[in-house]
Design a protein around this ligand. Structure first.
Ligand code: NDP
Ligand code: 2IT
Length: 450
């Protein structure tokens, strides 16, 4: 058995209850063997054993009171996966599905995503099984304060810099920042995605969605294609999906779908981004509300999806942008996309495609932008926020957006060049994995055995 297969088998055995972590490890390790063969120092230094084990994981009880004065208990986590390239960096997710295996998958992916950004940041992820849905603003604040009371000893602007993810946006980051400041007596850029009033960066809100479209444009340009006048399918209706739709319109494309956990919108006139922002960012409402406000929209509840399918991928499109959550495009979904002529999948969410779906894209030879490359715009602008905070400066929206465009282009070029060098020019997953892995592995070796 070769080195990567041996380590995969070992992980499958030891972490049998961490399905998403196993999936993420396989997705990376299964593409690495050619680089491992060419670089025997990686096995000699036990890099795979080391890189798949977080440097440190903290798990803690979060007790808080709801609006009725009852005591509530949740579990909080921070998985500090790898600091070879810089301070730990990665988001916080608040969602009832959160567990250690999900955060390990996200933290593991983040190592390579952050390496691809080229911006000297290590990989981490954290969060809680707290469900923000239906909670009042005061409850969210008390939860964030209780969460930070447990997390603050482990983070810092040169140690670990969290940000948002599912269920954690500007409001939550604000409360977390306020709590950190009061607990530590330090006003520092310890979180990113902050409000512009206290150190946030212009274009961070837009960065992941915009970046995911920029990545698609880079992939398409290499084939002489673009997005002008193209119908696009988008999933999710949160931060990433909203700004993906906004950028698609700006590129002359027409996004016609969005989804949330209760259903999907198909809007043949194109998603009205102003209404979507009103519904999701202001009213924190469901997509049924979008359908109320937009006569051209058709709403389909999840219960009416065909069995084992995500109906959004049945909508014929030139390009698909999965921007909701992991494993939201399965093999059948991918087959439906391809049968309808989809030419491009650019992943805004983390690990949105199952291994079978990815195999289908690669076999069909369409443009496939894997998450760790295509959605790296968010964390990249987070690093630009850290840079602005450290220097106490503010850049304009245009400056940040131009840097984001360059970063996405560089990531595309890195992944494409490496894929070509290893003999699979169309496999950006392999190119992104090998390019990022070698950089992290080389840094680990040079820093000695830890
Ligand atoms: P938000 O919380 O803003 O939005 C998440 C969206 O996805 C909501 O529409 C939500 O629907 C839907 N969703 C979440 N979980 C599920 C689920 N289990 N089943 C169906 N729908 C679901 O999060 P973001 O937009 O920030 O994140 C979306 C994805 O992008 C995640 O995979 C995240 O890890 C990834 N990402 C985010 C970055 C960022 O900067 N924010 C950066 C890079 C990647 P509902 O409201 O009904 O739950
Ligand atoms: O998955 C991700 O890259 C994020 N949620 C953003 C992380 C960050 O630190 O901005």
């Amino acid at each position: 058995m070769d080195y990567s297969s041996r380590i995969i088998a070992d992980i499958e055995k030891r972490f049998a209850d961490q399905a998403e972590f196993i999936q993420a490890c396989k997705e990376v390790l299964e593409t690495l063997q050619p680089a491992l063969d060419a670089n025997p120092q990686y096995e000699a230094n036990r890099i795979l054993e080391r890189i798949t084990e977080p440097e440190r994981t903290v798990m803690f009880r979060v007790s808080w009171t709801n609006d009725k004065g009852e005591i509530m208990v949740n579990r909080g986590y921070r998985v500090q996966f790898n600091s070879a390239l810089g301070p730990y960096k990665g988001g916080l997710r608040f969602h009832p599905s959160v567990n250690l295996g999900i955060l390990k998958f996200l933290g593991f992916e983040q190592i390579f995503k952050n390496a691809l950004s080229g911006l000297s940041i290590g990989g981490a992820k954290g969060g809680s099984d707290f469900d923000p849905k239906g909670r009042s603003d005061a409850e969210i604040m008390r939860f964030c304060q209780a969460f930070m009371a447990k997390l603050y000893p482990f983070i810092g602007m040169r140690t670990d810099v969290p940000a948002g993810d599912i269920g954690v946006g500007g409001r939550e980051v604000g409360y977390l920042f306020g709590a950190y400041k009061h607990l530590t007596n330090r006003y520092e850029g310890v979180l990113t995605g902050k409000n512009l009033l206290f150190g946030g960066s212009l274009a961070r809100t837009e960065a992941t969605g915009y970046g995911c479209v920029y990545f698609a444009l880079n992939m398409l340009a290499a084939r002489g294609l673009d997005l002008k006048d193209k119908v696009c399918a988008v999933s999710g209706a949160g931060n990433v999906a909203i700004y993906c739709c906004e950028k698609l319109w700006q590129c002359g494309a027409k996004p016609v779908t969005v989804t949330d956990s209760t259903g999907m919108i198909y809007d043949p006139e194109g998603i009205d981004v102003a209404i979507l922002k009103q519904v999701k960012e202001v009213e924190h409402a469901r997509l049924t509300r979008y359908a109320e406000l937009r006569p051209s929209a058709k709403y389909t509840p999840v219960e009416e999806y065909p069995a084992g399918r995500h109906a959004v991928w049945d909508v014929p499109c030139f390009a698909a942008f999965p921007c909701a959550t992991q494993n939201e495009v399965n093999e059948k979904d991918a087959e439906a996309l391809l049968a309808n002529g989809c030419q491009c999948v650019s992943e805004g969410a983390n690990m949105p495609s199952t291994p079978e779906a990815i195999a289908a894209y690669l076999k069909a030879g369409i443009c496939y932008g894997p998450a760790k490359a295509a959605n790296a715009g968010g964390v990249s602008v987070s690093q630009l926020e850290m840079a602005q905070n450290a220097n106490m400066v503010h850049w304009t929206f245009e400056e940040v957006d131009n840097k984001l465009k360059d970063i996405m282009k560089n990531i595309y070029t890195r992944a494409a060049t490496t894929a070509k060098a290893y003999g699979e020019p169309n496999n950006l997953l392999m190119g992104a994995n090998i390019s990022a892995f070698c950089e992290v592995a080389d840094a680990m070796i040079a820093q000695g055995m830890y």
